[in-house]
Write a protein that binds this ligand. Structure first.
Ligand SMILES: Cc1ncc(COP(=O)(O)O)c(C=O)c1O
Length: 379
């Protein structure tokens, strides 16, 4: 059946009809009082979702734009930046830092592994960086760092922590004010249940002190311009007004569900999916549940069955889209997103479809084992 696509990729993610309908209305003027009223709610509700008392800026950009908005306002040439890399998105921080002339070092782990607190302690003592970048949920592998522990270590060393929460905010507890996170960024097309095109950043007082020393802050993403705009319920430039109107509806849905409940829903879904995958006799890239992202699950295909065949069968027979691995993990894993507007029904359908696809491709297991394990996890 066509026109019934279920996106199980880690973004863009499914968007509620009420959010889509809001974005379909005629654009309104971005300096109108009507739009200011929308922005006022959006700024307030973003603080709730980000669980911070600090402002949350909204950029018309993708998540990478927010990453640039972080480092381009903090880094001077020659500054030392330590990049904690679990995969592609950890590497992206390093590339952006290098583009600003930073002297970088990395802690790199194998695909599926997370950053070790002891290794971080030693590296901080040896390299003594000004800024440390890290990824909460590494979308390319499905591994999730213990951001609370890592950021408390970074704080104790007097460094600034800059955290990528692109696939963790909404999906996993992430509390900048309580967890010593100095800068946190995210994007609309992930847990926020909104279309792609908006990116978010929040920074605390420690980060603002570093911003003040930045010799050439970004023009488009300049924090001071955005801070003034937030205070006036506006934006510095013409924003994607329709996306912001849609986001306003999505944020109210998040508030109605409650951020803790939303985090709990994601955890339940991710853990139930992991149980289902194990019951089907497949390997998970991230072995330990406590290191697993609640947004994305990376799965190793069974011997003799290829990732492209699994993806093609799920798409052609069931109109379910799952992601391939990225870079060196291409065709080695497939990734199933459980991020944003996802309910039990979606997962039951997806695991049922995965069982049927695997059987068609010749993998042998007890029919229904995956769905049964999933249902148990969903209780
Ligand atoms: C963890 C993480 N960081 C950054 C990005 C980059 O976001 P975008 O593709 O919206 O620029 C993504 C996108 O998937 C991501 O998953």
């Amino acid at each position: 059946m066509k026109d019934k696509t279920f996106l199980m990729i880690p973004g863009p993610t499914p968007v509620p009809e009420s959010v889509m309908l809001e974005t379909a209305r005629h654009p309104i003027g971005h300096r109108s009082s009507e739009f200011s009223a929308i922005l006022k709610e959006v700024y307030e509700n973003l603080k709730y979702v980000f669980q911070t008392k600090n402002d949350v800026f909204v950029f018309t950009a993708s998540g990478t734009g927010a990453m640039c908005a972080a480092l381009e306002n903090l880094v001077n040439p020659g500054d030392k930046v330590l990049c904690l890399s679990m995969g592609n998105f950890g590497e992206r921080w390093a590339k952006i830092a290098e583009s600003r002339g930073a002297v970088i070092e990395k802690i790199k782990v194998d695909a599926g592994q997370v950053i070790d607190a002891q290794v971080l302690q030693e590296k901080l003592a040896q390299f003594n960086p000004k800024i440390v970048t890290l990824t909460h949920s590494e979308t390319s592998t499905g591994a999730a760092n213990d951001v609370k522990t890592l950021c408390s270590i970074i704080r104790k060393h007097g460094c600034l922590s800059v955290v990528d929460g692109v696939t963790s905010v909404c999906a996993m507890p992430c509390k900048p004010d309580d967890w010593d996170i100095d800068v946190l960024i995210s994007g609309s097309q992930k847990g926020f249940m909104a279309p792609p095109g908006l990116a978010f950043l929040t920074a605390n007082e420690r980060a603002w002190k570093v911003y003040e020393q930045c010799e050439h802050p970004s023009f488009y993403f300049d924090w001071a311009a955005h801070k003034k705009a937030v205070a006036d319920d506006t934006t510095p430039f013409t924003p994607a007004v329709n996306l912001i109107a849609g986001l306003n509806v999505a944020l109210k849905m998040i508030k109605d569900e409650g951020i803790d409940n939303m985090n709990a829903r994601h955890k339940k879904h991710a853990m139930a999916l992991r149980a289902a995958i194990r019951a089907l006799g497949l390997q998970l890239l991230v072995k330990d549940d406590s290191n697993a992202s609640c947004a994305i699950t990376s799965i190793v295909p069974p011997e003799g069955i290829s990732v492209p065949d699994i993806r093609k069968t799920l798409k052609n027979d069931y109109d379910i889209v799952v992601a391939n691995g990225q870079g060196q993990l291409q065709d080695k894993i497939f990734r199933m997103g459980t991020l944003g507007f996802v309910c039990d029904r979606d997962l039951i359908g997806a695991v049922g479809a995965l069982e049927a696809s695997l059987q068609k491709l010749g993998h042998r297991f007890e029919t229904g084992a995956g769905v049964q394990a999933l249902l148990k996890g969903l209780q």
